[in-house]
Ligand binder design. Sequence first.
Ligand code: HEM
Length: 324
Amino acid sequence: MGSQSYFKALIICLIALIGSTQAQLQLGFYAKSCPKAEQIILKYVVEHIHNAPSLAAALIRLHFHDCFVNGCDGSVLVDSTPGNQAEKDAIPNLTLRGFGFIEAIKRLVEAECPGVVSCADILALTARDSIHATGGPYWNVPTGRRDGFISRAADPLRSLPAPFHNLTTQLTLFGNVGLDANDLVLLVGAHTIGIAHCSSISTRLYNFTGKGDTDPTIDNGYAKNLKTFKCKNINDNSLIEMDPGSRDTFDLGYYKQVVKRRGLFQSDAELLTSPITRSIIASQLQSTQGFFAEFAKSMEKMGRINVKLGSEGEIRKHCARVNN
Ligand code: HEM
């Protein structure tokens, strides 16, 4: 290669390298372009979350359902249109909450710097700040995600784990987005907060094998209690706490329930079927601080799933609508 073409090639490589290092998530991505963005989000969360602390659970779930379907790109926030049924209207997403909270924050951030901060980043930061403001762990949220153009109702069913999934399926779905068994056990620890609908466990309680029976892996007394006081028949769709008595407290309650065979979902019970996942649970049960530290690592990892960067996607004006 002549020295001229050698230098040309070198320069092209350098440009590509600079381009690729720029297009990465980074802590404080908006420090110059919208320096108050993160403050605005935190302030809103701190001022409002105490009026409805159960929203912290809703918001972290929203972030999870966003990241697992087409990456963390705000696709879960988009409304359906006459020509397109969006993710929001897929069955696993019908019980999502917290959209209004995100939209309210987006309006404040847009007023400060129009067209700069993505809905995907607002969701990631809001989820973190609400969990932390209600006494849960803190994790780093590097920013720079861009919003996706695509939101299709068919995708969540393919990508999201369901409460009736066995461990193999759960591990496959987590593996599909670059997460492992450790991440699965850690992240599902978020079930220490929040609520579910009886419909998520009605088959488990009332018709497990199609013979009017109950899943034998659930603690007998607990199943009876649920059937007597909470989900009184197969069609009852009342709300139930996943970690009874401490649904707003981020603690080890979920793991304590699971080891007593009182996890609500079949997917929870499945975590006891392998020595690997069992031992991850056992090690979380050693210390809340340890759990928080590990949870933080897995959350940061989840927040990086298939993010759109640089010139990909767009910065939506409204989180519920792709720009024209
Ligand atoms: C195997 C993986 C998972 C399965 C099968 C699963 C399943 C579910 C189901 C069925 C519900 C209740 C829906 C309802 O009946 O209303 C729920 C709620 C919830 N999930 Fe998960 N989930 C999983 C992983 C995660 C992860 C990774 C997070 C967060 C990092 C999370 C956070 C939550 C929270 C906080 C709620 C309560 C939401 C609220 O109070 O509105 N889940 N999950």
